[in-house]
Design a protein around this ligand. Structure first.
Ligand SMILES: [Fe+2]
Length: 282
């Protein structure tokens, strides 16, 4: 026992990381322009799918962007970037080449709101010591129907043994040390689910699987290290909301893979040898 330290504040739940968000895009060239040139992220140099797919590294998270009809995340993708001024300068240069698409951006008090060429909403924040991340996807904020936030928090608590709260119509799910999934009730109409997905890593892999099997909610037994489900459910037959989760064990070959990130502040005219890589805190 200690009355000096809040030991409980150090706890994390069973979901240790949200690693990637998969959103299909119809145009790889335009996606590279937006995610690499504009946002300053890094195309994964090792998992190279040519012009069919692209993995974009954002710190220890990724966007997966296979080529197909555009998918949209129903909410906001919250990202920590190292430098908002540099981001603004890059976004200013994208207006012309992305003219005629849904691309746009706006400066808010604490972030830059950016809309991708196909309508996805990204909110870019400067590093926050309370989050403890300098580059990465720190939160996904998804719209949910009115009256479902309590049951969604309960779903993550019971099925995944991870801390989750529901306060004022917002369920907030703890993911590892520095990420969250948030589900925000809205009375506005929510777009139909279009099969985009997220990937999470869990420490206890079999208990959530068993819970989902008992409710017939597994949609894919991918391999030894991965399964998928799509419906967030209150344990009955009712799907509260759909968001495919690729659930991976810590034995998955890609767990904690070292993702390459570049220093987006480097360009032809200010190049300094040895500063090519993104280094937190530099
Ligand atoms: Fe995936």
């Amino acid at each position: 026992m200690s009355d000096t330290f809040d030991r409980a504040a150090e706890n994390v739940g069973n979901i240790l990381a949200m690693e990637h968000l998969n959103l299909t895009v119809p145009d790889q060239e335009m996606a590279a322009l937006f995610y690499v040139t504009g946002l300053g992220f890094t195309r994964d140099p090792y998992m190279d799918f040519g012009t069919f797919n692209m993995w974009i590294n954002v710190g220890q998270q990724q966007f997966h962007l296979p080529k197909s009809k555009a998918q949209r995340f129903r909410g906001h993708i919250d990202i920590t970037v190292p430098n908002l001024d540099e981001l603004k300068a890059r976004l200013e240069r994208l207006g012309k080449p992305l003219k005629g698409t849904e691309f746009g951006w706006e400066i808010y008090d604490d972030h830059i709101g950016v809309t991708c060429p196909w309508g996805n909403s990204l909110r870019c924040f400067a590093p926050d010591p309370a989050i403890g991340m300098e580059l990465g996807i720190h939160n996904l904020e998804m719209q949910i129907p009115e009256g479902t936030s309590g049951a969604i928090a309960e779903f993550y608590r019971v099925a995944f043994a991870t801390p989750a709260t529901a306060i004022d119509g917002i369920s907030k799910v703890c993911v590892g040390t520095n990420q969250t999934l948030q589900f925000v009730e809205t009375d506005a109409s929510i777009a139909d689910y279009d099969s985009h997905h997220i990937a999470i890593y869990v420490a206890d892999f079999s208990s959530p699987h068993q819970w989902l099997v008992e409710r017939d909610r597994i949609t894919e037994e991918s391999d030894q290290h991965q399964y998928r489900f799509q419906a967030l459910t209150d344990g009955t037959d009712t799907a509260l909301v759909e968001l495919e989760h690729e659930v991976r064990s810590l034995h998955h070959p890609m767990h904690a893979r070292n993702l390459v990130n570049r220093n987006a502040g480097q360009h032809f005219f200010n190049f300094r040898r040895g500063r090519e890589a993104f280094v937190p805190g530099s």
